[in-house]
Write a protein that binds this ligand. Structure first.
Ligand code: ADP
Ligand code: MG
Length: 164
């Protein structure tokens, strides 16, 4: 049941100095950081992260806007470990559309725009953070972003106080 997931604080989150606030939320939930780095993507790498699957689900235009947005500045890439961590991280992140994201979630607390607004302005939705959607995506994204030797196994106090 202990699993790993991939998170990236997008260029808007980094440039709005939200890194500390975001990491704090995951740490306080007892999730373990097992890998972390700052990376400024090029288009080729961005295309491997936001695959054709985005075009199928959201349309080619949205994918292109997203690809331009994600290379605007460095992102903070993180791998978290925890119980049902994929689902738990998505819960802390909140709904894709900031308008719909609940207060208390990262997207609900720090952004607010709608699909409608983004579509009219022809911009990508800047919703601060990416998190793997499911087990298959998590495995693919962790492999894409991190080498095995850059992911670390160690004990935190949560092993004693949260997990036992
Ligand atoms: P999530 O990031 O919640 O997993 P998706 O994988 O469906 O959501 O979409 C990837 C990203 O594309 C979203 O986080 C958001 O930044 C952007 N996006 C999705 N839909 C739209 C849209 N209609 N207009 C603009 N940007 C969008
Ligand atoms: Mg997604």
């Amino acid at each position: 049941m202990v699993e790993r997931t991939f998170v990236a604080i997008k260029p808007d989150g980094v440039q709005r100095s939200l890194v500390g606030e975001i990491l704090k939320r995951f740490e306080l939930a007892g999730l373990k950081i097992v890998g972390m780095k700052m990376q400024w993507l090029d288009k080729e790498f961005a295309e491997k992260h936001y695959t054709e699957d985005i075009s199928k689900r959201r349309g080619e235009k949205v994918r292109n806007l997203l690809l331009d947005f994600i290379i605007e500045g460095p992102v903070l890439a993180i791998v978290f470990e925890g119980v049902n961590v994929i689902e738990n991280v998505r819960k802390l992140v909140g709904d894709t559309e900031p308008r719909a994201a609940q207060p208390g979630t990262i997207r609900g607390d720090f952004c607010h725009v709608s699909y409608d607004y983004a579509d009219k302005k022809e911009i990508a939705i800047k919703n601060i953070i990416h998190a793997s959607a499911n087990k298959e995506d998590a495995e693919y994204e962790i492999k894409l972003w991190f080498k095995d030797e850059d992911l670390h196994s160690y004990e935190t106090v949560h092993e004693k106080h949260i997990l036992n």
